[in-house]
Design a protein around this ligand. Structure first.
Ligand SMILES: Nc1ncnc2c1ncn2[C@@H]1O[C@H](COP(=O)(O)OP(=O)(O)OP(=O)(O)O)[C@@H](O)[C@H]1O
Ligand SMILES: [Mg+2]
Length: 235
């Protein structure tokens, strides 16, 4: 077993009927930013859920930092060093910003300095510590969801479309935070539809089509491809 942050090896699985993941493999080796793109329904969210034990894996293995996490419980996967931000319902709306961060840290008693580091990355949140999460803007809420996930001091952060439904200006602002997260020594594996903007900030890109990784390359190489739009559509 390796010390890679994440190794997904030939994973098959889904929701009860036919498999959605049909032999997905990928690796995140260190604190790098890896972006997954691909057409709607390709299984990108299903792959993220399968990493976090939320989808039944029927074949293949997933390991994180040397631990086999295949079909493990989410709390054990978090202990192995992974944190996951789903696309929706990723904050507690009735709790304040500060309480959301505390909830994020309940599995691991983070020190106050760590919370301050998170507030330093997201100053908008620092100004709204006592505001209820339900009253935040869409962009602020995504930042809170990321901050909450960072409270357990993960080695790898999984993000499912952190910029979905955000105004264009907020897309750039949100993606810029991901570079700051990497600077903390945290790897980021994220699904993104705003592919160009995400790849521009990423180390590697992965194109997923029909439950498999169709292509994998340096983000700069993928960005330079004239057929990039077709790749997203699975062409
Ligand atoms: N809870 C579920 N139960 C049954 N089928 C599901 C469930 N969630 C997703 N699926 C199906 O699995 C397939 C892959 O869905 P998934 O959400 O992983 O795609 P995606 O690549 O994330 O797409 P998008 O870009 O639209 O977010 C789709 O055909 C979808 O209908
Ligand atoms: Mg999805």
């Amino acid at each position: 077993m390796s010390d890679d942050l994440l190794v997904i090896d030939n994973v098959h699985g889904g929701y009860g009927g036919a498999d959605i993941l049909t032999g997905a493999s990928l690796r995140v080796s260190g604190p790098e930013i890896v972006v997954i793109v691909g057409p709607n329904g390709a299984g990108k969210s299903t792959l993220m859920k399968s990493i976090f034990g939320l989808v039944q894996i029927r074949g293949g293995t997933i390991s994180a930092l040397g631990h086999d996490i295949t079909n493990q419980r989410a709390d054990l996967i978090a202990k192995a060093g992974l944190a996951y931000v789903p696309q929706e319902r990723n904050v507690f709306p009735s709790l304040t910003v500060d309480e959301n961060l505390d909830m994020g840290g309940y599995l691991k008693k983070s020190d106050a300095a760590h919370k301050d580091r998170i507030y330093a990355i997201f100053p908008q949140l620092a100004n709204r510590k006592t505001q209820r999460a339900g009253s935040l803007s869409g962009g602020e809420r995504q930042m809170l969801a990321m901050g909450r996930a960072l409270m357990i001091e993960p080695k790898l952060l999984l993000l499912d479309e952190p910029t979905a439904a955000l105004a264009p200006k907020l897309v750039d602002e949100t993606l810029d935070k991901i570079g700051e997260i990497k600077a903390l020594g945290v790897g980021v594996l994220m699904v993104e539809q705003n592919a160009k903007q995400a790849l521009a900030r990423a180390d590697r890109g992965i194109v997923m089509v029909m439950g498999k990784v169709r292509m994998e390359d340096d983000a700069a190489n993928l960005l330079a491809r004239p057929d990039l739009p077709e790749l997203f559509l699975g062409g």
